[in-house]
Every structure is written in C-alpha cells, then in structure tokens.
Design a protein around this ligand. Structure first.
Ligand code: ZN
Length: 149
C-alpha cells in the first residue's frame, strides 16, 4: 500500500549537486560516504551543493560518522560562504536505500533537514531515496526534483 500523502513534499536539487552526490558515494565505495547538502541564500530551497565529509567510523563499510575536525572546518566554511546546511547524506554500499535503525536514531537531532541515502548495490546504477527528518514522525519520504540551472 502506498501511504504517502497526495501533496507529498519534494526536495529540489540542481543537476550539478546531484551528480556530485552520486560521484562522492561511488568514489568512497566499498565504504559508506557521508556529507551535507547546502543551499545558497539567493536560491531559496534549492540544494545547490554537496559537501563530502570524511567517514571516521571504525566500521566504514557499514556505518558512518563525520570526521569531527573536518566537520567543524566544513561547518565554518559553509557559514562564511553564506550557505545553509539543509540536509545530510550517506551511502549504503551493500544494502537498499532504506534507513537502518541506527540511521533513524542518528537523524533525529537534525529536525527539519532532509536525509538522503544512496544505495550502491548496483555500483553504476545507484538508487537514491530522500526523507524529511521530523523529530515527531521520524523520516518522511520526499519526492526528488532535479533542476537544471
Ligand atoms: Zn544508513
């Protein structure tokens, strides 16, 4: 059964940022890739860039955690460039693009952001799903709109 609401919310991303996201995940394979998605003040809700962050998990093929030093550096660079973090992503090298129980727990502090999972079970034919993070309702599926600019 499809229980998604008819007016399902969408996440909009530029073609450029989308390609960068997929490439970053493919390059990290067989490890999980992770990072953030940002928008510029002047482009409204459109995601215009993807910033990879080193995966510092000791079990990088099954988990991810942002490298703390790089995450701080990226965070301040984003502020300086007048961009806003609106989402985070990671890849699933060997499993479907569905959130794991650990993903659900880890996502909740980022209320209001989008949460992107790229599955590389077929390395050259990645599949992607994206969700809205809601402290109350967990991860809500979003439609994906790719925008050419
Ligand atoms: Zn995951």
């Amino acid at each position: 059964m499809n229980e998604q609401p008819m007016n399902q919310a969408a996440a909009a991303i530029t073609e450029h940022a989308y390609k960068k996201l997929i490439t970053a995940c493919q390059q990290a394979y067989p490890d999980e890739a992770c990072g953030v998605l940002v928008q510029d003040a002047r482009n409204g809700p459109l995601i215009t860039d993807v910033i990879p962050i080193q995966n510092a998990s000791p079990h990088r093929q099954r988990h991810f955690s942002f490298d703390p030093a790089e995450w701080i550096e990226v965070y301040y660079r984003i502020q300086k460039n007048r961009q806003t973090i609106v989402g985070m992503y990671h890849s699933h090298p060997a499993t479907a693009a569905k959130p794991s129980p650990a993903d659900l727990r880890g996502a909740l502090p980022m209320d209001g952001c989008s949460y992107w999972i790229v599955s590389l079970t077929e390395l050259n034919n990645p599949s992607l799903s994206c969700y809205q993070i809601s402290t109350r309702n967990g991860l809500i599926p979003l439609m994906l709109a790719k925008i050419r600019v």
